[in-house]
Design a protein. Structure first.
Lengths: 109, 109
């Protein structure tokens, strides 16, 4: 069990994916540039390549990201956030996509 | 900024809404019964009635809930979780609905 204050610490934000690149010599890693209606887009590394045989399908999608984690370096690539999505042990995966009229930068609560 | 451990404390889970009732003498409050693939459904109170003029539209939807908050009593009704959704200051609102093939009980990560 957690308190409401514990919950409030975590910032989950709508981001719009602007571009996607596979990270060479990895099976799973994609490098996303994501717009959060901030001064500039953020680079975010995510391990979802196996769910997107054509990774360009992700471009233009709005989905949810954790946006106040400490930056991490993954295989030499800085990641300034983390995709927030659902997956099952049997291989099903889903982004969490809000309605299209919700602007990027909107925080979940 | 938070640590990955701070983030991991918060449990956000796919729930399927089984039934919805307006809470009398309130404008905004709905009482939801939500299936998380647990032994029995949970009662969750949510302040989203104004977004659903026909609140029965919510029945059958799968969406996201924070499921490890301490229970709260809201206007006399126990709430064992909290809807996790997005809304803007201009009145737009969206549930976060995973693809239909993601079963209730699945945790976001």
């Amino acid at each position: 069990m957690i308190t409401f204050e514990d919950f409030k610490k975590v910032e989950v934000t709508v981001g719009k994916i602007l571009s996607v690149e596979k990270i060479p010599d990895t099976d799973k890693l994609l490098k996303l540039m994501v717009d959060f209606a901030e001064e500039k887009p953020r680079q975010i590394v995510s391990g979802i390549a196996l769910y997107y045989p054509n990774e360009q399908d992700l471009v233009g999608k709005k989905c949810m990201f954790v946006t106040n984690l400490e930056p991490r370096v993954i295989r030499g690539h800085e990641s300034n956030g983390m995709l927030f999505a659902v997956s099952t042990e049997t291989g099903a995966f889903s982004l969490l996509e809000p309605h299209p009229d919700i602007p990027q930068g909107t925080k979940a609560k």
